[in-house]
Design a protein around this ligand. Sequence first.
Ligand SMILES: [Zn+2]
Length: 388
Amino acid sequence: MTTPADCVELLRAMVRFDTVTPSASGRPEAEGELGAWLADFARRWGFHTRALPVAGAAPNILITCECGHDAPWLLLDSHLDTVGVEGMTIDPFGAELRDGRVWGRGAADTKGTGAAMLWALHESAAAGALAWNTALLLTVGEEHLQPGAQSFAARDLPTLGLRPWGVVVGEPTGMRVVAAANGYVRARVVTHGVAAHSSTPERGRNAIVDMARVISRLQSEHVGRRPAPHPLTGAGSCSINLITGGTQINVVPEQCEVRLDQRITPDQTPEQALAEMDQVLQRLREEDPTLRVSVAAAETAAPLPHDQNTAVAEWASATLRGAGQDGSIVGAPYTTNANRFAQFGLRCVVIGPGDIAQAHTAEESIGVEELHAGVRGYRALLETRDRS
Ligand SMILES: [Zn+2]
């Protein structure tokens, strides 16, 4: 293995690894090879590395560099997995360098940020310029339920003996500082009927017919009702996106299920959103006490709340601006590992080179200049301690 000559070559090498996230690729250890490869040359650069096990998945990789006993810790995070490659019109793993850009799955989301973070750490450490004890976490499974971030925050952080002053999560933000982000609730609403032969439907209760009423009420009384927009992340959203019900053409259906995807702002919690859905259902139950309908969360992600992250956001913004980067403080409608870390009380911002509009696209790419700007921005963060 030769060590890449620069950050662009590092990114191209990373893109050549197929790390399509386990839930989409069916490979539980999809990120394992890339993680081991990055750990290997992080050690050659003199960093300490650990493979931190994640249940049923490849390990997270933690790379650390201590600059002094009493220095606070700064944690950087970047995920190793990518979304799937269906429908891509370029070679997903070709890592072609053309027109001043690196092309391939993950080039923007988010191997570009991982390469820039690792390169910045290498340069800052080599220059003896680190202002923080620095940890770089390379996480698995971010594209589906974030088990890597969850496992690190819940299991590893309490025992590692490092409590970060702040966390910088790498996603393509154009080097703006995302300090607040929406979360989501994916809710499962089920109507329960009674199966019967379709020649005698009166002996059953049709769960699909019940669901038609439920959908109509959810649509008019919940889906369309949005709370006030959040100043950074905008309004939430909600839609009914999946439906299943019935087993055979000649059987009155016993069960019908719909799934709603509700994006919630930092002013809301997943629990509140679920309770509001249940209030709509409760009114229906009161109108028809024989109706059996339930709602439960299938998946949730808490929002990234702005007030928790203010100090880190202001430090990052001032530091990036001082280094000639954008640095404006903004919100994001999408969720990242930061949402998970924030649930454990960590103060997080999301910062990285590249454009989120490139993420998950058929021709994903990142500009070489953007990547270099990312290295400069991350270096500034690694070399500038908070003054407050
Ligand atoms: Zn990402």
